[in-house]
Design a protein around this ligand. Structure first.
Ligand SMILES: *[C@@H]1O[C@H](CO)[C@@H](O)[C@H](O)[C@H]1NC(C)=O
Ligand SMILES: *[C@@H]1O[C@H](CO)[C@@H](O)[C@H](O)[C@H]1NC(C)=O
Ligand SMILES: [Zn+2]
Length: 483
């Protein structure tokens, strides 16, 4: 009888173990971490959690505490103030500031450049990302003007790093936040009515959503642990089935994910995931995740990166993990400059920047050019031809075909007002003012350019390609396309 009982207990525990494994998903579908030891099989879940806490607590040796992290961020800024800015995007449930660092040669300044964000420690018990982001920030600082990739990134991208989205979860050694909510399930979902109540939304989630509305990120990645794979949208399926569910930009996402895994020490050698990448829903569907929300509502191409099999490795392994991921992280950020199609949109009558919509034929996803500079940054998989269209109410739509090679393409649009009486944006500024906005330090270049533009507009009434506005010069890889 006693024997029966203990085997029943064992049976129940093993099942609990399975439950636990499927519950800790996206950012550790399975717990590879060695915390699941044999002692668990004869104890209950509660004991297990305590054991786990104890082990995580011991493992925290050598990791930054939340106050260490804040000090490290401030120290970074103290050292690298010329190319950085630090700010908080909000507070956690327990009132810990969510510190972010921006790295750029013009930190805090709005420019016609793409922005990228990395978010670490979404899950409290996956702390590798928060350490790596500090290493990344300091590496960029130390190598700016020395290493070509560091220089390319600092000069051409606004890179935002949020080392910890979940500082409370970190100090509690728990996956969820202080309210025990999994933050990667707390976003509004495209298929199911969930997380739609603003009052219920966690402060960490709110902070991220406001951040994305404020800054026009072109792409991003969140850092998780528990597997080694680059995961891309969609994360969920409409019918909850576990199937490959491609988003409109599947090709571009596969390209980005492959870029990450291919530059990683050994992610691409995965036996579990072909090429070290996976469609989220194909792996296992989740709902309310941050990744899909970014793509749908933020115009931001986000990957979910699982960067170590072990969720919470001993601190002496962090440096190696950083070395394994460093090139991937840099390459992913640099892809915003080295690939895709980029440009600005102007009106032909007064050169006003137009926040037009940019669409690609065959891809059901539209991005908007920026309000201020009318710049757009559209990631696209190389090796194809694309039909790019710029649309703006009150102006004639323009379409042109580009061949996307291995380098970025610059494509500016000049839109003509429609002859109809539709309301359109009036010429607000004089041309001198526009020149100032466009390019103060390169006044002569801009002046020549404007004269050429005016000339072509006048004589040919055709679309004109302009090039080499500020910030474009430094980009050797960029191919300029004329239409
Ligand atoms: C990658 O290398 C690490 C360290 O050597 C090893 O633990 C891991 O199993 C390797 N993963 C793959 C997919 O080869
Ligand atoms: C395009 O995507 C939207 C959602 O963003 C959807 O409502 C619409 O049906 C899609 N159109 C096509 C042709 O697939
Ligand atoms: Zn995770």
């Amino acid at each position: 009888m006693a024997r029966l009982n203990s085997s029943l207990l064992l049976f129940l525990s093993v099942n609990l173990l399975h439950l636990f494994h499927t519950a800790v998903s996206r950012g550790g579908q399975r717990d590879y971490s060695g915390f699941v030891d044999n002692s668990f099989a004869v104890s209950g879940r509660h004991l297990f959690e305590e054991n786990r806490f104890q082990k995580l607590n011991n493992l925290a040796h050598g990791y930054m505490t939340n106050s260490d992290l804040e000090k490290a961020i401030k120290a970074f800024h103290g050292r690298c103030g010329r190319i950085s800015r630090i700010y908080s995007i909000g507070k956690s449930v327990l009132g810990v500031p969510l510190w972010a660092m921006e790295i750029s040669n013009k930190p805090g300044k709005e420019e016609a450049k793409p922005a990228f964000k990395f978010i670490g420690n979404v899950h409290g018990d996956e702390p590798v990302g928060r350490e790596l982001l500090l290493l990344l920030a300091n590496w960029l600082c130390d190598n700016y003007m020395k290493d070509p990739l560091a220089t390319l990134i600092v000069d051409n991208v606004h890179l935002h790093l949020l080392p910890s989205m979940n500082p409370d979860g970190f100090s509690l050694r728990s996956r969820g936040n202080a309210n025990n909510v999994d933050l990667n399930r707390d976003f509004p979902d495209q298929f199911f009515q969930m997380n739609d109540d603003l009052g219920e939304r966690q402060p960490e989630t709110k902070a991220i959503m406001n951040w994305i509305k404020k800054i026009r990120f072109t792409a991003s990645a969140s850092l998780h642990g528990g597997a080694l794979v680059a995961n891309y949208p969609w994360d969920g399926t409409q019918d909850k089935s576990k199937n490959y569910y491609a988003c409109p930009d599947d090709e571009a996402f596969r390209y980005m994910a492959k870029l990450y895994s291919g530059s990683h020490y050994n992610m691409s050698q995965s036996r579990e995931f072909k090429a070290g990448i996976t469609n989220g829903a194909y792996w296992y569907p989740i709902y309310g995740g941050m990744q899909d929300w970014n793509y749908i509502y933020g115009g931001c191409f986000e990957l979910t990166l699982e960067i170590s099999d072990n969720k919470w490795p001993p601190a002496n392994e962090l440096h190696t993990i950083w070395q394994y991921n460093k090139r991937s992280m840099l390459d992913l950020v640099a892809s915003l400059v080295k690939s895709g199609v980029h440009g600005r949109v102007f009106s032909s009558d007064c050169g006003e920047p137009l926040p037009a919509s940019i669409a690609i034929k065959g891809i059901n996803y539209t991005i908007k050019a920026g309000e201020r500079f009318a710049d757009y940054h559209r990631l696209l998989a190389p090796g194809h031809q694309y039909e790019v269209t710029a649309m703006m109410p009150g102006y004639k739509t323009r379409t042109t075909t580009i061949k996307m090679g291995e380098e970025a393409t610059q494509l500016d649009f000049i839109l003509e007002p429609t002859s109809s009486l539709l309301p359109r944006r009036p010429c607000k500024r004089s041309s001198m003012e526009i020149l100032e906005v466009i390019s103060k330090p390169h006044f002569q270049v801009a002046l020549t350019l404007m004269l050429v533009l005016a000339f072509l507009c006048f004589l040919m009434k055709r679309k004109v390609i302009s090039n080499h506005f500020r910030g474009r010069k430094a980009i050797g890889q960029r191919r300029v396309t004329a239409v």
